[in-house]
Design a protein around this ligand. Sequence first.
Ligand code: URA
Length: 226
Amino acid sequence: MPLPKQVIEWYRAFGIEHIIPSAALLSDDHTKRRDAHQASASPEMGTTLEELQRSVTLIDCHLKKAAKNTVFSDGNPQSQIMFIGEAPGQEEDAQGKPFVGQSGKLLNEMLRSVGLHRGEVYITNVVFWRPPGNRNPSTEEIQICLPYVRQHISIVKPRIIVLLGGVAIKTLLETTEGVSRLRGSKYQLMGADVIATFHPSYLLRSPSQKSLAFQDMIMLKRIIRQ
Ligand code: URA
């Protein structure tokens, strides 16, 4: 049950926001406002994945100058499950595919831990080019790619979206809340159930959090079975 914004602010003022259930942080109103806003995706970008991919290669984004490849997607476009990460790293830039480096290996393991494999899911990022030196993508870079990411979701029409890490979560759920606050609950985005979990790169740096990511994968499996 979503809590009114003012109540959430009171919890924060008293320093007890940790007791707010995460599902209460994104209210039904928030979801409706966000989806209305996101409905602005344009068919001019393409209504098939091939057309959209072509449009993405034509985006005017300065990240393209240093990147070797546009990294669009990998996995099965017919899948009901869409994973969305942050931005390509060095290996992804070299191969032109998302999550094929060290963090991709861990993502594959996370999938395997609940009996899934890469070919059964669809994988993309919120930014299509590697930011130099693997820095975080800037707000401007994210905003340039975002309409295309929304169009990507509306073409694939996943039943379930898994957001990997803070950048994907904050961008697509339009929130300032981080992974730790939002994981463990189910949200709605453009007709899909959404869960949030840690980015594999973060898990490589903080392996003690892997057990929480495993719980998130179990939650994914439960939603798949529903
Ligand atoms: N990190 C991401 O967010 N995406 C990739 O494709 C690789 C690393």
